[in-house]
Write a protein that binds this ligand. Structure first.
Ligand code: MTE
Length: 320
């Protein structure tokens, strides 16, 4: 992955938190019964729409990263490899209609329609610390469905040990999937161990900042695992399969010595080309900053109390 460059974002473009909170209150009042219904724009593209989410206890007490940064500084190689490519190139992408197949080692394989999922499963607001392997971090208010709730519906078999995820392949709407230079093999794939997947922190995000996901953030549904490096957060998911064996993950296929399967945030295990001991909190300069504040990286991104037990007895230098 390219070396970190701070985003250049004018202070006028950044939504201060108090403005966000007021707007959010307004949207919550306006959203009312709108949960589950998504308005379509002229091109059939889903616009970000208000989403009704229940607040949850999972809320880090740190300033949130301005929405403008969260939606314009992205990794989504299907739309290009630069941070601004996803916001600039993803407008033609159509996240509706959309279904997610959940299959493999389960009793009840099912195909879920995204809008029915949003209506039927609990959607919660979780404010999570997010840490990219490139050593920058954000704090993001996600709206999402606990992955465990979806897995319960399909009833994993006793033989299921892992969960494999797959992103859509749609070259006609994803310029990074066409042309001579393609940065990786498609589809983008990821995986979790079943106990990681069932952990209450693991979320299938369908929104952020109280609105349905924008294309550049992985519309209409993407994974969020806050104690792991950001590349585990696979976007625009079309298939979730329960498997017996450890599934492949895209960055590991590309550079196995740099990106492992576990990818737990670990300040003691450096990336071969840079330190993981510290990170830059984007927008950390307050209201007026596209600036970034340097801070120490926490084991498991600050979620050690909740998740360290999942790795008891494992050598996390080997299983990086
Ligand atoms: N998912 C897909 N399908 N394609 C990608 O290129 N990039 C990953 C992850 N999910 C990626 C992806 C990486 S490297 C990161 S850091 C996060 O998405 C970034 O998510 P964000 O842009 O919403 O912050």
């Amino acid at each position: 992955m390219p070396v970190y460059r701070p985003p250049r974002i004018a202070s006028s473009e950044i939504t201060p938190e108090d403005v966000y909170l007021n707007r959010r209150r307004f949207m919550q009042a306006a959203a009312g019964a709108a949960a589950g219904s998504i308005a379509l724009g002229a091109a059939g593209t889903a616009r970000a729409e208000p989403l009704t989410a229940k607040p949850s206890a999972y809320k880090v007490n740190e300033p949130m990263t301005p929405e403008k940064i969260v939606t314009s500084y992205n990794n989504f190689y299907e739309f290009g490899t630069n941070k601004a490519d996803p916001v600039n190139n993803s407008a033609p992408f159509k996240p509706r209609p959309w279904t997610v197949v959940v299959d493999g080692l389960v009793n009840k394989p099912q195909t879920f329609d995204i809008d029915k999922m949003i209506a039927e499963f609990p959607v919660e607001e979780r404010v999570y610390r997010m840490r990219c392997v490139e050593a920058w971090s954000m704090v993001i208010p996600w709206d999402g469905i606990p992955l465990a709730a979806l897995l319960d519906k399909v009833e994993p078999l006793g033989s299921a040990k892992y969960v494999a995820f797959e992103t859509i392949v749609r070259p006609e709407e994803m310029p990074g999937q066409t042309g001579l230079f393609q940065p990786m093999k498609w589809p983008y794939v990821e995986g979790l161990r079943l106990d990681e997947a069932r952990h209450p922190l693991t979320l299938l995000a369908v929104g952020l900042y109280g609105q349905t996901l924008k294309n550049q953030n992985g519309a209409p549904i993407r994974l969020v695992v806050p104690w792991k490096y950001g590349f585990k957060g696979i976007k625009s998911i079309v298939r979730i399969s329960l498997t017996e064996h450890q599934p492949p993950n895209s960055w590991n296929i590309l550079q196995p010595n740099e990106y492992g399967f576990y990818a737990n945030v670990n300040p003691e295990v450096d990336h071969p080309r840079w330190s993981q001991a510290t990170e830059r909190r984007l927008g950390g300069g307050g209201f007026f900053g596209g600036s970034a504040e340097q801070r120490p990286t926490l084991p498991f991104n600050g979620y050690a109390e909740e998740v360290a037990g999942l790795y008891a007895g494992m050598d996390l230098r080997k299983n990086f």
